[in-house]
Design a protein around this ligand. Sequence first.
Ligand code: F6P
Length: 342
Amino acid sequence: MRVGVLTGGGDCPGLNAVIRGIVRKGVQEYGFDFTGYRDGWRGPLEGDVVPLDIPAVRGILPRGGTILGSSRTNPLKVEGGVERVRRTLAEQDVDALIVIGGEDTLGVAATLHDEHGVKVVGVPKTIDNDLDATDYTFGFDTAVNIATEAIDRLHTTAESHMRVLVVEVMGRHAGWIALHSGLAGGANVILIPEQRFDLDQVCAWVESRFKIRYAPIVVVAEGAMPKDGDMVLKDGTLDSFGHVRLSGIGEWLANQIEKRTGKEARTTVLGHVQRGGTPSAFDRWLATRFGLHAIEAVRDGDFGKMVSLRGTDVVRVPIADATARIKTVDPRLYEEVGVFFG
Ligand code: F6P
């Protein structure tokens, strides 16, 4: 049996650990051969391959990024894209494809399986942790740790200068990274996309912090929105899945806070630092287990499924279940952390 593997969408710490898990178990236990596809769906679309065997996965466990490369290519938006993918797989004798990706990449996998009979198994990844049908995605823990460390460091400089420091974190339309890193880093205000924020309230929290001679740290998710305003976009461009580029809310917020409170306010945008570098131990653990379970699903012929974490168990769910909607922060959870605001 020959199994194709691709990684699509934004890169994420732990991708290499999944690839390693798949190949090690696939070769050692099942005697499978592998074809790596370069740059997500662009690989099978254009027949661009990377050799994938045990030597190729040696030493990659702690490496960030992906040895296969990634892209946001959407074959469903390319003329004859589905046929081209199918043709590549047939010509290269690839019997099944393991697709490691987020909502978009897995959405393509679901369509190829459900509507075109391609044998796929999905592995969820995203630092945003916004994929439904899995408790956690790998990459999230690393991103949260990076953001938490940044917040810790910003506390000391904020206090030395008695400034407001606004930290903008990623997460697209979900506030998971903001919520977890904001709580772990002791932020005074956490703003998430799921709850529009009231600027007057944010300024009141900022001022109450100064009153007790502490400098406030405001963690804002890139997708957060004021009550009477819109999402701040980087520019108007859309990727091939129709997503706009976010970022800018941090700068906007710092300006507003400075204007309204008279306190100096600065912004730090963490950006891609959150996705870079070595995965945390938890992400290596989760990613490796996902890899092992994904190749087992291929061995079982259980296609159209995605591996998923439920509690401490890795289970299989229909890919379509994971891509139907995004997993957002429960308002009750947000309310729970509100005790630390101000
Ligand atoms: O989905 C992961 C993510 O890092 C989001 O948090 C962010 O909005 C987006 O990708 C950024 O995408 P890109 O790296 O293509 O600019």
